[in-house]
Each structure stands twice: as C-alpha cells, then as structure tokens.
Design a protein around this ligand. Sequence first.
Ligand code: FA5
Ligand code: MG
Length: 361
Amino acid sequence: MGNYTFFNDFEPFVTKYENFDALGFPEDHPGRSKSDTYYLNSDSLLRTHTSAHEVECFQTSKTAGYLISADVYRRDEIDKTHYPVFHQMEGARIWKKSDFSSQEELINQLEKDIESLPKTNMIVEDPNPPFHEERNPKQDHMTDRETDLVAQHLKRTIEILVSQVFQTDEPLRVRWVEAYFPWTAPSWEIEVWWENEWLECCGCGVVRKPVLDTSGLDDTIGWAFGVGLDRLAMLLFGIPDIRLFWTLDPRFKSQFMEGQISKFKPYSKYPGTMRDVSYWINEDRSIHENDLMEIVRNTAGDLVESVKLIDEFVQPKTGRKSQCYRIHYQSMERSLTNEEINRYNDEVRDTLVKDFGLELR
Ligand code: FA5
Ligand code: MG
C-alpha cells in the first residue's frame, strides 16, 4: 500500500498555531474555546487531534505517505463513549506534480495507484457526487479529475483499513457522508454499520492548498484522514464503557492477548448509585456544561460513569432558569460506600457555589 513513515512519539503539548491556526480554523470555531480544550497558557495546549502534527509531518516525511498515532485531549461530556483522553491515528498521502512531465502522466499514476490497492468485499454506499459546489466544494487549484481520483484513492484506502479491523463473516456495510473540516475540501466521514447502528469512525478529505503551501509542498496534491482508535477498539472487542481501557482490574487485561481479537466477556460490575445536582442559573451566574463535567471529573475521576442533564425549566414569574444533572457514580474496581459518594457529591456542589457563584436548589 505504498510507503508510509510512522510518527509515534510526538509530545502532547502543541501550540495554538499548530492545533488550530495552521489548519485554518476560524477565530470563532468552538473547538478553540477554553470550555472544549485544555490550555496550559494562552499559547500552548494539549493537542485536541493528531492533525496538530500535520504540517510538521508533511515537512519532514521522506515518503509520500505518513501515519501518526497519539493520545489526544478534549474537554467533553462524560458517558460510555467519551473520555477526556483518547487516541487517534492520522494518515496522509501526497503526489508531487513536478514528479510528472505532464498532467496526463499524473492522472495515469493516480489511476494506477488506485488500481493497485487491494480489493475488499465490503458493501459501500456512496450516494453523493465526489464534490458538490455548495455542500462540499472542490478546490480551485485542482481539476475535477484530480479531485475525483485523489478522493477515490483516499476512500479505497480507508475502506481497506476498516475492512482489516472488522473481520466479519458477512460483508461489512459502510457508507460515505459529506463532512466539513477547515483544512480539507472536499471532506467526508465514513460510517460503519455495527450492531444495528451507523457509527462514525473517521474524518477525512483532500488537503487544502494553504496547509500544503505552509508545509513547503506548493506543487502537491493529496489527502488526509483521522480515526478514533478507542471507539474502533470498543466495537471490535465489544467493550461497553470507554473507562474500561483505564482499569487496573486484572479481569480486564487478562482477557486480551497481543495479535488476537476476542470479544470482551463482561465480569460482574460493582454496584453504582446516582445523585442529582440542581441549581439556578442567571444571566450573570451561568456555567458551561463542559465546566460542570470538569468539576465532576476533578472531584471523582473515573468513579463517574455518566453525567446527564435530566431536567431544565424556567420559573414563569422570575424568568430564572433551573438545571438538574444526574451523576452516576460507579467504580470499575471496587464497591463505593454511601459516605464516600456523599462526600464527592458535596464537594461538587461546594465547587459550583465557590467557583461559579451558583445558587443550589
Ligand atoms: C478530527 O479530530 C479530525 N482531526 C479528523 C481529520 C483528520 C479530518 C485529517 C480530516 C483530515 P473528529 O473530531 O470527528 O475529527 O474526531 C475523529 C474521531 O475521534 C471521531 O470519529 C471519533 O471516533 C473520535 N472521538 C472524538 N471525540 C472523542 C472522545 N471524546 N472520546 C473518544 N473518541 C472520540
Ligand atoms: Mg466528528
């Protein structure tokens, strides 16, 4: 499948420039905010995606393709499929136009590269055109044919990746949907039909010219993708809760052997319990949902299975709004006592008052 350089040991601290600016994130993109991203100071942060290393890899890779795998960090909701630390693998592949004596030769090479990819027996739904003027525009510096061929090479490559992960008796069903990323155009996501649901696995697209220019690849065309490894592993091994990857319980780790794929056999779960937290929010006293998630995480860590908004109402007379969140406490490794949970929950409530000035109900 061509020649790819592996980059597996980048430090997780990157600059705002690397994570966002170099990739053309608009100033008001929600991903930039303090409620979504762990900032160390105004200029550096914990990378939110492996794309933070895209420019560096384009600049230093000696091969036409590269792969990066790394831990990434996001302030996000707390539930079975979200964790503040997860893993991504990024891949990219370029073709340098000046390597070819004519446009025709470049096209021939792209066709040959697509032809030489291994075939899969998946059922692929791809209802949209390769690009669409409004919904998913192509870039001006590429011809229609170049865009179509680079897209085909990208899609076939990801299909191979997915088919190697999910080895099923029946042919696997996948579908391509249009997407948006600031540094690719056109862009897509692949979804896999798994246990009666379409699951988003990977975002990708044709790399935008400004990113290539910044990387010193001004006469180049190519693609990039980024896949969530923890979610893939959950599907593959039937792991029901993303926190299990972090448990020290030997009943988890002993089930898996390198190089073998086996279904997770659930062992008895320690009992859990829940507590509700309700408060009033005013115009001057409000809180972002991710801030609440962070307070809960800092207080009780992995002892929390999920945090969900269960009620919200506005008092008709005063116009004040009230929110109620339900916190499910459950440990992967031991039984929790009521006193312990009460202590955690009181600490969450105290922090809401102390740090956000909220009035509890
Ligand atoms: C990205 O992060 C882009 N960097 C992908 C990309 C790369 C696009 C190169 C184009 C070119 P997104 O935010 O959708 O995209 O995340 C990619 C995958 O990470 C998702 O499909 C999902 O599988 C996984 N993911 C996202 N948030 C979480 C989370 N909190 N916990 C676990 N997995 C997550
Ligand atoms: Mg997404």
